[in-house]
Design a protein around this ligand. Structure first.
Ligand code: ADP
Length: 406
């Protein structure tokens, strides 16, 4: 079954085409037949198309509106030198939808009612949900009535106990659906299954902490395969320090700024989402690679940004382990988690009290889907390559009932 996946973000549009047979192990990701990414820049967009082997087939700048650029990207699947299949061979399309709000948790076939429900929660994640609805409409235009499935980043966290999900404001907030939803659920869930597979253990016997460290960062505490706590909240702005997002800050700072400087709400939103985090503190970049390079060159603000990032990660892990009442394995995933030996080493340096012991040599090599703790370590430490798109394709196949299981 050939399944196309659209992963529409606020700053990028990723897409991949998979061929899923019935034989794959539940957590053995297949390489995509075709993979592409558009990075949205203020004036234009840059497109990259890759083959199954990771080879770059096409690189170009698109100076078109968002919708036309996405169409141009998708057309490289079935036309020109990048063609991998005929258009009619695509049997289903899966979409990552960031916020399902209180209405949508489980992966679901997209109908008019589902589209309306996604639109209804647009105010919860305006940039994301709008881009995702646009992606659904583009597929309708290009592929007509092909079945489409929505998979929600909030879905995995539907199991959070109320003690974790309800904010200690007035109870009426909760009645208005203002609660912790949590994000990165598609990858946290995949990582939990993959960790059990790599450790050759039953997922039901494991207490796991998954550290998703990309442009956005979040932790998930996973007990017996179930999410019991996570650091992102009502929006993906909460929790850990991120590339350009602040993560948790004293809400009193916001009321102070609103009261004393009369900063408009939209400006505050922009500051917290786009001008904070690694970028805000270092003044260099939201990209960890650039912050690390500046730090090595002696830039003190870059060093402070790194130190805050690690401090918040360590204290976040400590807190979430308490919610989990133990830990068998610590997982590093996504851009920073998979690639930065420095971040992993600095994070684990204060976790010896939990029984974490990193194998420094293995950590330096950043091997994908491998244990990087010593044999004496009580807590296994793993690097797991994020596989959101493949996980979405798998859910898609499951929903469309081709195999009856996933
Ligand atoms: P997204 O959250 O957008 O899916 P990714 O998971 O791809 O992002 O992570 C992107 C981030 O990963 C980049 O901003 C960069 O900071 C970080 N990154 C990628 N490679 C490295 C590396 N070798 N060292 C440190 N950070 C890296």
């Amino acid at each position: 079954m050939k399944i196309l996946v659209l992963n529409s973000g606020s700053s990028s549009q990723k897409s991949a085409l998979f061929e899923l047979g019935k034989a794959e192990l539940p957590n053995d990701p297949a390489a995509p037949l075709w993979q592409a990414k558009i990075e949205w820049n203020p004036q234009s967009a840059s497109l990259e198309v890759h083959t199954k082997a990771g080879e770059t087939l096409k690189q170009q700048t698109l100076v078109r509106d968002r919708k036309s650029a996405v169409k141009e990207m998708l057309e490289t699947i079935w036309s020109g030198s990048t063609k991998v299949v005929e258009k009619h061979e695509i049997e289903a399309v899966g979409h990552r939808v960031v916020h399902g709000g209180p209405y949508l948790w489980e992966p679901t076939a997209i109908t008019q009612a589902v589209k309306q429900a996604i639109r209804k929660v647009e105010p919860f994640a305006p940039l994301h949900n709008r881009a995702e609805l646009e992606g659904i409409e583009i597929i309708e235009q290009l592929l007509g009535t092909v079945p489409q499935v929505a998979v929600f980043d909030t879905g995995f966290h539907r199991t959070l106990p109320l003690s974790a999900a309800v904010y200690p404001g007035p109870y009426s907030w909760y009645e208005q659906n203002i609660r912790k939803y949590g994000f990165h659920g598609i990858n946290h869930q995949y990582c939990a299954g993959r960790a059990a597979q790599l450790l050759k253990k039953d997922l039901k016997s494991l207490k796991l902490v998954s550290c998703h460290l990309g442009n956005g960062c979040s932790l998930a505490a996973i007990d017996s395969g179930i999410s019991v706590e996570t650091t992102m909240g009502f929006t993906p702005l909460d929790g850990l320090m991120m590339g350009t997002r602040s993560g948790s800050v004293d809400p009193g700072i916001l009321t102070y700024l609103l009261r004393e400087t009369r900063v408009p709400g939209e400006k505050l939103d922009k500051t917290l989402n786009q001008e904070s985090g690694l970028l805000g503190i270092s003044g260099v970049s939201g990209d960890m690679r650039k912050v690390l390079a500046a730090m090595r060159d002696g830039n003190e603000r870059a060093k402070l940004a790194f130190d805050i990032y690690i401090h918040r990660l360590q204290t976040g892990i400590g807190a979430i382990v308490a919610a989990l009442n133990g830990i068998d394995a610590l997982i590093f995933t996504a851009g920073v988690g998979e690639n930065s030996a420095e971040v992993r080493a600095a994070t684990c340096a204060n976790l010896g009290f939990l029984g974490v012991q990193l194998d420094e040599e293995r950590n330096e090599q950043s091997p994908a889907d491998v244990e990087i703790s010593t044999s004496a370590s009580h807590v296994k430490v793993l690097i797991i390559q994020a596989q959101e798109d493949w996980a979405i394709a798998k859910e898609c196949r499951c929903i469309l009932g081709k195999t009856g299981n996933s």
